[in-house]
Design a protein around this ligand. Structure first.
Ligand SMILES: [Zn+2]
Length: 225
C-alpha cells in the first residue's frame, strides 16, 4: 500500500501536529488492525446489518464502539450537539429524521439508544443560555432540549441542596428522557415499536469512571447498567 507524505501547508503547528497524528494513525490501522481483521472487513465490504442505532453527542470524548466493545458494522450512529432528536414534523425533513427512518425502515435495527454523557457542553449551555449570545446556531439547536431544562427546574425547585453538578446530572437525564419522547413521534419508530420490532433506551455515560446508567421506562427511574 502506497504511503502518502504529509506536507506542511503552512497552517499553524498545532493543527499540523493534530493532522500528522491522524495520518500516522491511518498507517498504523492499515498495517495492524486491518491486517488482523481482514475477514471482518471483507464481510463488511458487502453491506451492513447493524442491530442498533445509537444517538449520541458529538463530544470528542465519547467513543460508542470503544465503550460498548463493539466492532465496525455493529452500530449505526448519529451524533450531534447534546444528542438531540427533533420531534417529527411533516414536510420538515431533518438529518435526524433521515437517519432514524433509514435505520428503522431499511436496516431494521431492533434497538435505538439515546446516550448522553457527563460534563456535556450542550447541557451546560442549556443551564446557562446567557453564554450563547455569540452562538446563534447552537442556541437555536438547543431549543430542542428546552423542555428537559424545564423538567429539571420543576424537579429542583423545592430542593436547596442541589449543587451545580447535581443540576447538570438532572438536566442531562431529563434531556435524554425528552429525546426518547421525541424519538417516538417519528412514524417509522412508532410503527416498529407498536409491532414489537423496536425498543428504545436512554443511557447516560460517565466519562470519569466509565459507568453507564439507563432509564427504566416502567419505573421512571435511573439504574446502573
Ligand atoms: Zn455532549
Amino acid at each position: 500500500m502506497k504511503r502518502s507524505t504529509l506536507h506542511n501547508s503552512g497552517s499553524n503547528s498545532a493543527s499540523s501536529a493534530g493532522l500528522k497524528k491522524l495520518v500516522d494513525g491511518v498507517h498504523k490501522f492499515q498495517l495492524e488492525h486491518f491486517e488482523e481483521n481482514k475477514l471482518l472487513f471483507e464481510r463488511l465490504s458487502h453491506g451492513q446489518k447493524p442491530q442498533v442505532l445509537m444517538i449520541t453527542c458529538a463530544d470528542s470524548r465519547i467513543d460508542p464502539n470503544l465503550i460498548t466493545a463493539s466492532q465496525p458494522g455493529d452500530l449505526f450512529i448519529m451524533r450531534n450537539v447534546a444528542n438531540l432528536v427533533p420531534k417529527f414534523h411533516l414536510n420538515a425533513e431533518t438529518e435526524a429524521g433521515a437517519v432514524i427512518e433509514y435505520a428503522v425502515s431499511v436496516l431494521g435495527v431492533a434497538e435505538i439508544i439515546v446516550m448522553g454523557h457527563s460534563d456535556c457542553g450542550g447541557m451546560k449551555a442549556v443551564l446557562h443560555p446567557e453564554k450563547l449570545t455569540s452562538l446563534p446556531a447552537v442556541s437555536s439547536w438547543l431549543n430542542h432540549a428546552t423542555a428537559g431544562t424545564l423538567a429539571t427546574e420543576a424537579t429542583t425547585a423545592n430542593c436547596s441542596c442541589c449543587d451545580e453538578s447535581q443540576q447538570l446530572l438532572e438536566t442531562t437525564n431529563n434531556n435524554i428522557v425528552l429525546q426518547l419522547a421525541n424519538l417516538a413521534t417519528h412514524p417509522s419508530v412508532a410503527a416498529a415499536m407498536a409491532q414489537g420490532k423496536l425498543h428504545i433506551h436512554g443511557w447516560n455515560y460517565q466519562i470519569e469512571n466509565g459507568s453507564i446508567s439507563y432509564f427504566d421506562q416502567d419505573r421512571k427511574h435511573w439504574c446502573q447498567l
